[in-house]
Ligand binder design. Structure first.
Ligand SMILES: [Zn+2]
Ligand SMILES: [Zn+2]
Length: 293
């Protein structure tokens, strides 16, 4: 698969722009956070907290890591279409964006970070507090936004278009199910706290993965390098090996060296053994992207 779906006219296209407050994004996260902090505190119980831990782990592993990132965005393994849909639906449950919106954001960021310069929004380079405000409550509006061409198999897919239109509403059936099962406690913990933790956690890992931590590889002439965050290997399902990911974006395996735990890769190996995943791309089959070890 091609590395980039983005195209620019000149290098300044990923540099010049303004960060604008995004009312919908901000309201979405604030609502979830209030539900988590106020509702969650009032209804905390061992069962509700267990539901939070289990559902958060599931959507991060099956959804964000496998469905959205390793499959939809990087197409780093093959699987049956029904399983791809299921994994991407789990990815939507993370509460970050619709599948097409997420793909666009990732594509722009990945592309911009490899250019010699890019806007600090795209490289998490404005300091931690500013970055939190920008990434969680604002959007970047580039003066000349690059065109991002998503292949028809994804952009024209009716299921993905449906998820794109309804990604916030996709929490509703889950919330109803949890309400019927365990009342408001299950809604506050299983939906609000899960979405708030996933969205804030995603930003936090993104911030550190572009600012601090060891590196195995260096991408030459790039605006920013990826860094590995060792302590986060299990809670990020292996997504914390971001330095390796910058070097081999097409690899289904993110933890590459001994001791680099990668639950997403372990799960893919289990799926392969069950005959549900194949053609798992690994660095040995891929060209590193402009790197030196
Ligand atoms: Zn990156
Ligand atoms: Zn990626």
């Amino acid at each position: 698969m091609t590395l980039h779906r983005a195209q620019v006219r000149d290098d300044n296209d990923v540099l010049e722009g303004v960060v604008r407050y995004s009312p919908l994004r901000s309201l979405w996260l604030t609502t979830m956070l209030c539900g988590a902090l106020v509702g969650g505190a009032m209804t905390a119980s061992p069962a509700a907290i267990t539901l939070f831990v289990v559902t958060t782990s599931l959507v991060l592993l099956l959804g964000h890591s496998l469905g959205s990132h390793r499959k939809l965005i990087h197409n780093s393994f093959a699987c049956p279409r029904w399983l791809e849909y299921l994994l991407v639906w789990f990815g939507v449950q993370v509460g970050l964006a619709g599948p097409l919106g997420l793909l666009r954001q990732h594509e722009l960021r990945d592309f911009a970070q490899r250019r010699p310069h890019c806007h600090p929004y795209l490289r998490h380079g404005a300091g931690m507090l500013t970055d939190a405000w920008w990434q969680l409550h604002c959007d970047l509006v580039l003066t000349n936004a690059p065109s991002i061409r998503i292949e028809t198999a994804i952009a024209g897919d009716r299921f993905y278009r449906f998820l794109e239109r309804t990604w916030m509403l996709q929490q509703l059936p889950v919330a109803l199910l949890f309400w019927a099962w365990g009342g408001w406690a299950f809604v506050f913990w299983g939906v609000c706290a899960r979405v708030a933790a996933c969205v804030i956690g995603h930003w936090l890992i993104g911030y550190f993965a572009h600012n601090h931590g060891p590196m195995n590889f260096e991408v030459s002439n790039a605006a920013v390098q990826g860094h590995n965050i060792r302590f986060a290997s299990l809670i990020t399902m292996g997504e914390c090996w971001h330095n390796n990911h910058h070097a081999f974006p097409g690899s289904a395996r993110l933890g590459l060296l001994p001791g680099e735990w990668d639950p997403g890769w372990w799960t893919l190996c289990l799926l392969r053994r069950a005959g549900l995943a194949w053609n798992l791309a690994v660095p040995e089959h891929l060209q590193p992207k402009g790197t030196s070890a």
